[in-house]
Design a protein around this ligand. Sequence first.
Ligand code: UT7
Length: 330
Amino acid sequence: MRSRILGLGTYVPDRVVTNDDLTQYMETSHEWIVERTGIEQRHWVSEGQTGADLAEQACRRACTNAGVALADIDLLIYATLSPDHDFPGTGVFAQRQLGLGTIAVLDIRQQCTGFIYGLSIADAFIKTGTYTRVLLVGSEVHSNAMDISTRGRDIASLFGDGAGAALLGPSDEPDCGVLSCHLHADGSEAEILWMEKPGCMYQPRITAEDIEAGLHFPHMDGRRVFKHAVTRMPESVIEAVTANGLTVQDIDMLIPHQANLRINEMVAKQLGLPPGKCHNNIQKYGNTTSATIPLCMEEAIALGKIKRGDLVCLTAFGAGLTWASALMRY
Ligand code: UT7
C-alpha cells in the first residue's frame, strides 16, 4: 500500500513586506536582495498572530481540498523551527484550535527539511495501517525572532512567515502515491546555521550580555550553507530516482525547498532539468522553512504544472544540517 497526498492547503499572513520596506530598518536594497536571493517580498504576521494560527488555516484548507472531515483525522504532525513556546510543542495548540479531540500529535524539529521528514513519518504510519488520515503541517513565524537591523540583514532579508499542510491517506491507485523518502542529517557543522541561546546547557540560559550580543537571534554562515545546499539537494534527487529505477529525465516537476533562487537554479542545472521542470515561488514568500514545499507545490498544482499521476520530486536542505528527498506519483 502507498500513501498519497489527498489535498494541500496553505496560508500566509496578510501583511506583505517588500524589499523596499526592509530599507526602513536596515542598510539593504531591493537590487541586492533580488540579485543574491530572488526574493521580492515576504509575508509577516500581525501582532498576536501565532504559528498555530497559520497552521490552523493551512490545515483547514488542506482538509477541504482533500474532501476529508476534520473528525476523520487520526494523527497531526507539526513541523517547525519557530515554536510558539519552548514546550509543549505547537502541535497541541493547533490540535486544540482545529478541534481534533484527543488524536495523536507529533512535533518534529528538522527545520527546512521538516516537511519531508514529516512526510516520511506520515507515509510509514499509513503503510503500516496504524493511521489512515494524517495531517502534516509546516508552520513558521520568523518575523518576530530575527534581528531586523543591519547587523542581522543576511538573515532578516531571507525569511518569511507562512504555513503549508498536506492531508495524506492510503492511495486508491496502486501506482500512485509516495514512492520513497530519503532522509539525511550531519551534525558535524550544526553551528553554521543556528540560534544559540537561550539554551539549557547554559546557567542562566541567557544573560543581558547575550541579548546585547544578539545570541538570541538566528546566525548563519551563508556561504557555507549555500555550498552544502547545492551539493546535497542534487544528491538527494539522484538518490530518489535511482532507488526507484528511474532517471532525472523521468521527473515531471521538481519542488525544491525555497531558500535562495540561485541555489535552486544551480540544483536544476546540475541535474540537467530544464527551468520548466523546477517550480519556484521564493520571489513572493521568502524562505518559510518547513512551509516552503507545500506552498510551492500547491502553487504548481494550481498553475496546472503538476497533474495527478505526474512524477514529482521534493528536495530540501536546512539547519542541522539536514537534507532529504521524496519521490511521488502525485
Ligand atoms: O533554508 C536554510 C538554508 N539557508 C540557505 O540555504 C541560505 C544559503 N546562503 C545564501 O543564500 C547566501 O549566502 C546569502 C543570500 C545569505 C548571502 O549571499 P552571499 O552572496 O553569500 O553574500 P555574503 O554572505 O558573502 O555577503 C556579501 C556582502 C557582505 O558584506 P561585506 O562583508 O562583503 O562588506 C554582507 O554583509 O553582502 C552583505 N549583505 C547584505 N548587503 C545588503 C548581507 N546581507 C545583505 C543584505 N543587504 N540583506
